[in-house]
Design a protein around this ligand. Structure first.
Ligand code: HEC
Length: 428
C-alpha cells in the first residue's frame, strides 16, 4: 500500500466513520495488513460512491474513467461538489486515492481501429463509455461505422469542409483527428491538461480546445496542429463556440461562473461575462447575433447579445442542462436536460420554452440537421440518439449507438449552415 493510500485510509478510519455511514472492518490474524487495508479502502470508497454519486448518475460513468492520477480526480471531484455532490475533504481524499488506484488496475491499450462505412453527411457520436466513435446514417437508421480504441472520447466536432472529425480523449489527454471518408486516424496532438471540447474555426485555419485542468483555451494550426496561442479563461472551462463570422470565441468557466470572450482576429481575450452558477456549454447562432449558454446549477439557458456582449435573456429549463444548441435557422434553442432525461425547445427570439420532450436517460448532446427540421440528441445513459421533429415537437426516431454517447456532430453546418455552403439535407 502506498503512502497516499495509507494516509487517506487512516484519516477516514479515525476521522469520519460516521459520515461514511459504514461499518469498518479491521484486519484479523490471517489477513495481511496490506490486503485488509486495501479491502477497507475499497469498502469505504464504494459505499461513499453509492451514497453520494448515484443521485445524479450511474457509477459506470465513474468506473469507466482510466484516470490514474489523484490530482485529476481531485479536479473532477471539485467539479462534482460544485454540482452538488456532498463530500467532506477527507472523503474526497479517500475517493481520489481509491479511484486513481482502481484505474491503475484497468489496463486498456487496444489500438485505434475503424471498421464499417463512414461519411461527412452522417451523425457522429463520441461514445464515452464504449471508448468508441459511432458514425450513424440517419437515412439507414443505424450505426454503420465504428472507431474503437479511444480511452474516454468526450466531445466531437467536424471541420467546415466535412473532411475531418476531431475528438477529445479526456483519458489520454489528447485530440484525435480522423478522416470522414473511412474513419482512419489522420493525426493526434496534445493541448493542455484535460481537453474537453474542440472546435474548428469557420475559415478552417485553427483548431481550438478548452483544457479544463489548465483553465485555458489553446489555439492550434489546422494542418500541423502546432500551438499558436494559449488564453487563460475561467475556472474548469468546459464548452466553447465560435461565431460563424469567425470573430469571437466563447468559453464557459464552470467554477468562475463566467464566459470568456476571445477575439480570434486580434488573438486576445476581450471580455469576461458573468453568468449564473456553473455555465457548461455555449453555442453561437448562425445569424451571428447571439450566443446561448447552458447554466447547470440553476437549470437555465442564458442568452448573450454578440454586438454588445451583454446578457439579454434567461429561461428556466430542467434537469442540469449539459449541451445547448441553436438550430441552423436560428429559430430554436434546444437544451439537453441531463437528470430529467428530456429536452427543452425554446423560441430563440422570445426565450420562452415552447415544448419539453422526453428523449432518453441523460439527454446530453445537441445537434441539428442542416435544414433545421430535426434536433438530434445523445442520451448518454441509454446509449441512443433521439431524432426530434421540431415542428411536431416529438421524437420521431430513436437509434442505438455505442455505449454512452456524449458529444454529437453531424456535418459542420449543424449549427452554422451559412458558413460552409449547402450540404445535402439528411432525411430521417
Ligand atoms: C448533483 C449531481 C451530481 C452528483 C451528486 C455527482 N455528479 Fe458526477 N456528474 C454530474 C454531471 C452533471 C456530469 C456531467 C458533466 C460533464 O459532462 O462534464 C457528471 C459527470 C461525472 C463524470 C464524468 C465526467 C468527468 O468530468 O470525468 C465523473 C467521473 C463523475 N461525474 C464522478 C462523480 C462522482 C465520483 C460523484 C460522487 C462523489 C459524482 N460524480 C456525483 C453530476 C453529478
Amino acid at each position: 500500500m502506498n503512502r497516499a493510500m495509507k494516509r487517506a485510509l487512516a484519516s477516514v478510519a479515525v476521522g469520519v466513520p460516521v459520515a461514511l455511514g459504514l461499518g469498518t472492518i479491521w484486519a484479523h490474524a490471517a489477513v495481511s495488513e496490506e490486503a485488509s487495508a486495501g479491502k477497507n479502502l475499497e469498502k469505504n470508497a464504494v459505499g461513499l460512491l453509492q451514497q453520494r454519486c448515484q443521485a445524479c448518475h450511474s457509477l459506470g460513468r465513474v468506473f469507466n474513467r482510466l484516470d490514474d492520477d489523484r490530482t485529476k480526480w481531485g479536479r473532477t471531484l471539485t467539479k462534482m461538489r460544485a454540482y452538488g455532490a456532498f463530500l467532506t475533504n477527507q472523503e474526497a481524499e479517500l475517493l481520489e486515492t481509491y479511484l486513481a488506484e482502481r484505474a491503475k488496475q484497468q489496463a486498456f491499450d487496444a489500438p485505434i481501429r475503424a471498421s464499417g462505412r463512414f461519411g461527412k453527411d452522417m451523425i457522429w457520436t463520441a461514445d464515452e463509455l464504449g471508448r468508441s466513435i459511432s458514425a450513424i446514417d440517419l437515412g439507414h437508421g443505424a450505426v454503420t461505422g465504428t472507431i474503437t480504441g479511444i480511452h474516454n472520447p468526450h466531445n466531437i466536432t467536424m471541420s467546415p469542409d466535412g473532411e475531418r472529425i476531431f475528438v477529445t480523449d479526456t483519458g489520454r489527454e489528447e485530440i484525435l483527428v480522423f478522416g470522414t471518408v473511412n474513419g482512419g486516424l489522420i493525426g493526434r496532438f496534445k493541448a493542455d491538461l484535460n481537453p474537453m471540447h474542440v472546435f474548428v474555426s469557420p475559415n478552417q485555419k485553427y483548431v481550438l480546445v478548452t483544457n479544463s485542468n489548465s483553465d485555458s483555451v489553446t489555439v492550434h494550426d489546422y494542418l500541423t496542429f502546432a500551438r499558436i496561442a494559449t488564453f487563460p479563461v475561467g475556472g474548469l472551462p468546459h464548452g466553447l463556440t465560435i461565431t460563424p463570422d469567425g470573430r469571437f470565441v466563447y468559453a464557459a468557466g464552470q467554477l468562475t461562473d463566467d464566459v470568456t470572450v476571445i477575439d480570434l482576429e486580434k488573438l486576445k481575450v476581450v471580455q469576461r461575462i458573468h453568468t449564473g452558477q456553473i455555465p457548461v456549454v455555449p453555442a453561437a447562432s448562425s445569424s451571428n447575433r447571439f450566443v446561448v449558454v447552458s447554466v447547470l446549477k440553476t437549470s437555465e439557458i442564458w442568452k448573450i447579445d454578440v454586438a454588445t456582449q451583454r446578457v439579454v435573456g434567461t429561461v428556466k429549463v430542467q434537469g442540469f442542462p449539459g449541451q445547448v444548441g441553436v438550430s441552423p435557422d436560428s429559430r430554436w434553442v434546444v437544451s439537453g436536460n441531463q437528470i430529467t432525461n428530456n429536452v427543452s425547445v425554446i423560441d430563440a427570439t422570445t426565450m420562452a420554452v415552447v415544448a419539453t420532450i422526453d428523449t432518453g436517460k441523460w439527454a446530453h448532446g445537441v445537434g441539428f440537421t442542416p435544414d433545421s427540421k430535426n434536433a438530434i440528441i445523445s442520451n448518454e445513459e441509454d446509449s441512443t440518439i433521439s431524432v426530434i421533429d421540431l415542428l411536431k415537437r416529438k421524437v420521431v426516431r430513436s437509434i442505438r449507438t455505442g455505449l454512452g454517447p456524449n458529444g454529437i456532430v453531424g456535418g459542420y453546418p449543424v449549427a452554422m449552415p451559412y458558413t460552409c455552403g449547402p450540404r445535402q439535407p439528411l432525411k430521417p
